[in-house]
Design a binder for this molecule. Structure first.
Ligand SMILES: NC(=O)c1ccc[n+]([C@@H]2O[C@H](COP(=O)([O-])OP(=O)(O)OC[C@H]3O[C@@H](n4cnc5c(N)ncnc54)[C@H](O)[C@@H]3O)[C@@H](O)[C@H]2O)c1
Length: 392
């Protein structure tokens, strides 16, 4: 039975502000000019209160070619790395977007914060929990804004999940099953930075797993993780016959593959909540299942979702009792006008300008990182481990 009363919730609130104060422009630098930097620059170019002044990439000429592609002129790019760009005092940078591969998240973020620059750091937060702790220490030292690049959180459907849980409609939450995956989808569109240990550090677990975790943890209020029993494997990525790689690159990519392409875990969260998680870049299955959130008064089914693309896989359903009958209430999919990357950049800029809280705060994402770190550690040692997140 579909309950039409939920139609009234078919609205979205976090729209891009129309009344942007252009009297003060923020000076922006981009660190790492690869694939995801495209989304950042496209969104910055739509903002009327932004001046893009610099870009850096380790690969000589890459930053200059990147800005030329977008017809952005007058941008300084002659830097060997993030460090030289941040050291250039003439730039007077207000904000940087850090769009580097995972193993180069912590160092540039700490360096920028220690130089008084606001930071939008791409996801995953870092590779290890220790790195994330060091970044947060720098954030605290600096008093600047640090936001982590989880744009799906700004999707109206994702926000609906949180609204439903927070409304109490489901009662006390005690079990969550989440994750997602691809049958053949190891990301190698521009080379091997996602699959080599020296650049990525973690594979599917961090790349798309962090989104699944954020979807449900954000909904239930980011409870502290306590213990985890984790598993990870790499059967597909290391296979020289893996058909998801370009035919002429299979042997090379398989030999370079140094991360996970599948991970699973059983996690205990504070408040007596169990989190059952699995994620895949490649497997012999189309999906490892829908996300489900079970509570004492209702259960929420979120159809198998490509949450890394920012939304749910179809209408969600609440399973509950109404007047003694077991009913299902369908939640219509909300279509959004705004692009999630535009919202990600705008909400970050607003926080920098107004000195308000980061849209995706490190105080939450530290728990996401602690889980990724715990899964990796547990998978290494082959048994359950404790998760200890230090007070910072
Ligand atoms: N939010 C999203 O939707 C989304 C999507 C894709 C990727 N990402 C994340 O963005 C990050 C980058 O991914 P990508 O696909 O753009 O990678 P990429 O390999 O295409 O680009 C990264 C670039 O950073 C440069 N770089 C590395 N360290 C540097 C440093 N210290 N200083 C200057 N340049 C440096 C590299 O030379 C490279 O050109 C990853 O962490 C990934 O998880 C986020």
């Amino acid at each position: 039975m579909a309950d039409k009363s939920m139609d009234g919730l078919n609205t979205f609130t976090a729209e891009v502000k129309q009344d942007v104060d252009t009297s003060r422009k923020l000076r922006v630098g981009i660190i790492g000019c690869g694939w995801i930097a495209d989304s950042h620059i496209k969104a910055y170019l739509k903002q009327p209160d932004v001046e893009i002044v610099a870009g850096a990439d380790l690969i000589p000429g890459k930053a200059a070619a990147f800005f030329a592609k977008y017809g952005v002129e007058g941008v300084k790019t002659d830097y060997a790395s993030h460090k030289e760009m941040i050291d250039d005092k003439d730039l007077n940078l207000d904000v940087v977007s850090i769009c580097t591969y995972n193993r180069q998240h912590a160092e540039p973020a700490i360096y920028a914060l220690d130089h008084g620059i606001n930071v939008l750091l791409e996801k995953p937060f870092t590779v290890t929990l220790d790195e994330a702790v060091e970044v947060i220490k720098a954030e605290k030292r600096s008093g600047k804004v640090l936001s982590i690049g989880f744009q799906p959180r700004l999707d109206a459907n994702m926000q609906m999940i949180k609204k439903i849980v927070q409304s109490g409609e489901l009662g006390k939450i005690y079990y969550i099953q989440t994750g997602g995956g691809r049958r053949r989808g190891i990301p190698t569109p521009f080379g091997t930075t996602f699959i080599e240990d020296k650049t990525a550090g973690l594979g599917a677990l961090a790349d798309i797993g962090c989104y699944s975790l954020d979807m449900v943890l954000n909904a239930v209020g980011y409870p502290k993780p306590l213990t985890v029993s984790g598993y990870k494997s790499a059967f597909f990525g290391t296979d020289p016959n893996y058909c998801g790689y370009r035919a002429d690159k299979r042997a090379e990519y398989a030999s370079k593959f140094g991360v996970d392409d599948f991970a699973a875990a059983f996690i205990r969260l504070e408040g007596d909540i169990i989190l059952d998680f699995r994620i895949s870049w490649a497997m012999n299955m189309d999906t490892p299942g829908d996300t489900i959130i079970l509570g004492t008064k209702g259960g929420l089914r979120i159809p198998s979702t490509e949450c890394w693309n920012g939304t749910v896989g179809g209408p969600m359903k609440i399973y509950h009792e109404v007047a003694g009958s077991q009913v299902e209430t369908e939640i219509p999919v909300i279509k959004m006008k705004e692009g999630l990357f535009d919202l990600k950049i705008r909400t970050f800029l607003d926080a920098c300008k107004n000195g308000t809280a980061a849209p995706v705060p490190s105080s939450q994402i530290i728990y996401n990182q602690a889980i990724l770190d715990g899964i990796a550690r547990s998978a290494e040692c082959g048994h359950e481990v404790e998760i200890n997140v230090p007070e910072i």
